[in-house]
Design a protein around this ligand. Sequence first.
Ligand code: 1GP
Length: 247
Amino acid sequence: MKIYSQICELARNRKVHMTLIDPASQDISRSTEIAVEAERAGTDFLMIGGSTSIDMKSMDDTIENIKKKTTKPVIIFPGSSSMISGHADAIYFMSLLNSRNPDFIVGHQVKAAPYLKKMGIETIPMGYLVFDPGMTVGKVGEADLIDNKKEDSAIAYSLAAQMMGMKLIYLEAGSGAPVTVNPKIVRAVKSQIDVPLIVGGGIRTRESASLIAKAGADIVVTGTIVEKADKVYDALKPIIQEIKSVQ
Ligand code: 1GP
């Protein structure tokens, strides 16, 4: 079954957890160790990537190694057109819709498309929306940050993404953000869209994961927590348990 169908099927039955591993943050063996421990803790999908661009060889080597040691699907979360690899199961074909720079809306995508076609990798169109505080991705992606207090702009962007044909919508506070996307905004967006909703950035506790899932996120992403943890399994297990228990 294709990865997008797997995501949708799982999300129909329960909340989904994805682990983000940024290959720019550690070496390959540590990235692989994080992936193995995240799988053991019950994560559903592994997302590989981030906003610091790395070359195709590093992406390839990291994903190849992770695929050898884990069974969960690997989805690329690209920060640029060079962050692609034929070893992945799928790639988010994402557009940072609130960027001021057209490169992040469509430029990198145009550069990568012919390579992705040759690789035959599944592309999942995703509207990517960066909220205040935005962190590194807000700066690198030249985002006109979306207000994290008022719903209007978030709803308008999400509806536009869906009307453009995006199959997933990702609300991002920025990796390592001191606050998550406002649950009030998650709830408002969820009430307006039909495609699965992903939320990430700043989720480091059971409580914040629970609030985001209860507000309506179909998929909750955590990244920093696993990068910082000495014991990845112990850090992640309670968060994943909490997410999966939300009705
Ligand atoms: C970043 O949403 C992801 O793109 C994960 O954020 O690193 O804060 O968990 P954290």
